[in-house]
Design a protein around this ligand. Structure first.
Ligand code: TXA
Ligand code: MG
Length: 332
């Protein structure tokens, strides 16, 4: 199969609709990362997502719908705080996990009685979802465990020959995946951090928990137990207050002939003054938006990426730290 990157227009939307209605897969842009979409009502199509990505069978998928879709067709028992959150943050990078009505293929939620629903704000995603008027099950459009894609070219690099079309909506501006929030309890609980932060959620909902996986406690978001977001090269991660040790590691590895690069923000890059830098930018937004692109660039040019964690670790940086730690083989 030849994979084509296509601009989003009437013609490509009609082609995409044909594929999706026929039980096939189409990649599409969102404001966080690119998604690999299938008709959520079609069990065979949803199973294909797992096969194409090599995704573990017990890691459930998010269903994507357009902004005028009535989600009560899919889920029930929506608490009032979730309605307030939807009003404030949707469409946008917030996924909420509700009690499922069991309307979509059971493979979407891997047999759980909940369903994760997301309404992306990206204009191209909205056009695609509206044109189809179907709930679209979609994980990030990368091979399982690899770095998530933030451009059509990243998707092609991972899925070339495996899907017919990639709808091109430019670079994803957010850069890390949506916040996944469990809204089945009395209080909201973050299962995966992202661009909608704990602080932002607590301001609207009154409070917000963060689920921290512990030995022996059942994992509430199965995706949390897997290695993720990893570039195909060696990695090391240093905390912000260990800049000097990171530089020493860079110098000693370079002296041994290892092609090493340091990945850090622009202020840190200035202090270090070394040659091989993968600079993530200055602001928190820039750092989140460039993280996956830089990890992919790094695996092309480097044998070893030495990452230095950002100084700040709350707000958006909580999501960045979570991805960076996992990319570098950590368990966070
Ligand atoms: O930004 C995003 O969320 C992107 C774009 C494409 O929308 N999608 C994405 O999907 O990141 P994926 O499959 O890579 O991650 C979905 C996460 C996983 O951690 C999974 O365990 C969790 O959502 N999840 C899905 N359904 C769930 C459920 N019913 N209960 C708990 N966690 C769930
Ligand atoms: Mg993913």
């Amino acid at each position: 199969m030849k994979t084509q990157i296509v601009e989003i227009n009437e013609k490509s939307l009609a082609l995409a609709k044909n594929v999706i209605e026929g039980g096939g897969l189409v990649a599409f842009p969102t404001e966080t990362v690119y998604g690999l979409g299938a008709n959520a009502f079609c069990d065979d199509a949803v199973k294909q997502i797992y096969a194409v990505k090599g995704r573990p069978q017990d890691n459930p998928l998010i269903v994507h719908v357009h902004k005028d879709y009535d989600i009560e067709r899919l889920v029930c028992d929506i608490p009032s705080y979730a309605k307030k959150l939807a009003e404030k943050f949707l469409p946008g990078p917030l996924t909420m996990v509700y009690k499922s009505r069991g309307a979509v293929s059971p493979t979407v939620s891997c047999g759980l009685d909940t369903l994760a629903v997301r309404i992306p704000s990206h204009e191209g995603a909205q056009r695609f979802l509206k044109y189809l008027d179907l709930p679209i099950a979609a994980p990030s459009a990368n091979i399982s465990k690899h770095v998530s894609p933030t451009s059509a070219e990243h998707v092609l690099a991972d899925l070339n020959g495996k899907i017919p079309y990639i709808l091109d909506g430019g670079a994803s501006r957010g850069g890390i995946e949506s916040t996944v929030l469990d809204v089945t309890g009395e209080k909201p609980c973050i299962l995966r951090s992202g661009l909608i932060t704990k602080e932002m959620i607590a301001e609207v909902a009154g409070s917000c928990d963060v689920f921290i996986p512990k030995e022996g406690v059942k994992v509430r978001s199965p995706g949390m137990k897997y290695k993720h977001y990893s570039p195909n090269c060696c990695t090391m991660l240093f905390p912000f207050d260990r800049i000097e040790q990171a530089k020493e590691a860079y110098l000693s590895e370079t002296a041994k002939g290892v092609n090493a690069y340091i990945m850090c923000d622009s202020a840190c890059a200035e202090v270090l003054g070394v040659k091989n830098i993968l600079c993530l930018g200055k602001t928190e937004e820039e750092i989140a938006a460039s993280l996956y692109g830089k990890l992919r660039e790094g695996e092309q040019v480097a044998e070893l990426i030495i990452a230095i964690a950002p100084e700040k670790q709350d707000g958006i940086m909580a999501g960045v730290m979570n991805r960076l730690t996992k990319a570098c083989g950590g368990k966070q």
